[in-house]
Design a protein around this ligand. Structure first.
Ligand code: SF4
Length: 348
């Protein structure tokens, strides 16, 4: 496919006029860019900002991150989901402290070797913080290029992504790789929108855009549907006593590793069946109203949740469980978002 006329001059002129003022842009250190990029995966900018500010107040350096306790780390991430991201941040921070004196390396390949840093994140840190001439191609950039080139390749395909990345690099000005990468992402976030009509009338690249010329912008990008998620039925029991709620920590490996949860069975149980399981734990209860059904979507699994609510009579603490007050469940124990529907009970 023939290449486009240069896009960088019009794109950068637009970016310098219209870029959102974001805290990590005001002080784009490698650490700031790294943390913000990891937070922004799967999270909207507006939602991530509050987390970012709190994080930098609590953990201003890579060394602080390396030394942070697991509970505090989970608490700083509570609500963002995909907790493997924050665990990888800490693993990488420890390696950076051991191998690079506490500073991220200004080297794309070395960045890629760190846990949780893939091509996109290495490209963002490398180009924005270190001014390296490397690509940073996320979903926004793929969408912009599929439209600019009017290309109907499936953007989930590695081959298509590689081809688009080559085009991205053909247009990258060597003197401002970071600004250019950010400008592309910003154009995708603000103008060449993912849902609904792109704002072509306001687009600095409209005069070059082949999808616009062909009236195809709404048909692009082509993205093959992901595999269907597995449905898992889950029964949650909120057991309350004067000492708080009965909670347990999830295993150190696997889904929601190390986070806290109310009593949970990975199957659909009736109230008598839950009663029987509780009897086995030595817990006697009086039942309250059943809770509303809820759903939580992970990347590969969907939990369909049935909830029961009960008050415990005086009981010994079952092995592996602990009582946690609503205050502790707010400030100390990290409850993943999967239990969002029940937090109204657990944190009051
Ligand atoms: S003209 Fe429209 S479709 Fe083309 S890049 Fe700009 S916003 Fe996207």
């Amino acid at each position: 496919m023939s290449t486009l006329e240069p896009i960088a001059p019009a794109l950068l002129a637009w970016f310098y006029q219209n870029a959102r003022s974001l805290p990590f842009r005001q002080d784009p250190t490698p650490y700031h860019i790294w943390v913000s990029e990891i937070m922004l995966q799967q999270t909207r900018v507006a939602a991530a900002l509050e987390y970012y500010e709190r994080w930098m107040k609590e953990l201003p350096t890579i060394q602080d991150l390396a030394e942070c306790s697991e509970e505090k780390l989970h608490k700083l991430w509570e609500g963002l989901g995909y907790y493997s991201r924050v665990r990888n941040l800490q693993k990488a921070a420890r390696i950076v402290c051991e191998q690079y004196g506490g500073e991220l390396p200004a080297d794309y390949k070395k960045l890629l070797e760190l846990p949780g840093i893939g091509e996109y994140t290495a490209g963002a840190i490398g180009s924005i913080a270190f001014h390296l001439p490397v690509p940073a191609v996320d979903g926004n950039v793929l969408r912009v290029f599929s439209r600019l080139y009017n290309n109907s390749g499936d953007i989930m395909s590695p081959k298509v992504k590689k081809e688009f990345t080559e085009w991205v690099m053909e247009h990258q000005p060597p003197e401002t790789p970071g600004d250019y990468n950010e400008a592309l992402m910003e154009l995708g976030a603000l103008i060449c929108l993912p849902n609904g009509e792109p704002l072509c009338e306001q687009c600095p690249l409209a005069h070059l855009c082949r999808a616009r010329a062909a009236g195809k912008q709404m048909e692009l990008p082509v993205k093959k549907a992901a595999k269907a998620r597995r449905i898992q039925t889950v029964t949650v029991a909120l057991i309350r006593s004067e000492a708080g709620f009965l909670v347990q920590q999830r295993p150190k490996k696997g889904l929601l590793a190390g986070l806290w949860q109310p009593i949970l069975f990975e199957e659909c149980l009736t109230q008598p069946q839950v009663q029987q399981r509780l009897n086995e734990l030595g817990v006697q209860v009086e039942w309250d109203e059943p809770l509303a059904q809820a759903k939580h979507v992970f990347s590969h699994i969907e939990w369909h949740m049935f909830g029961w609510h009960a008050t415990a009579k005086a009981v010994p603490l079952p092995k592996g469980y602990t009582w946690a007050t609503p205050d502790q469940l707010t400030s100390e124990y990290t409850l993943p978002n999967a239990f969002k529907a029940y937090k109204i009970f657990l944190q009051q």
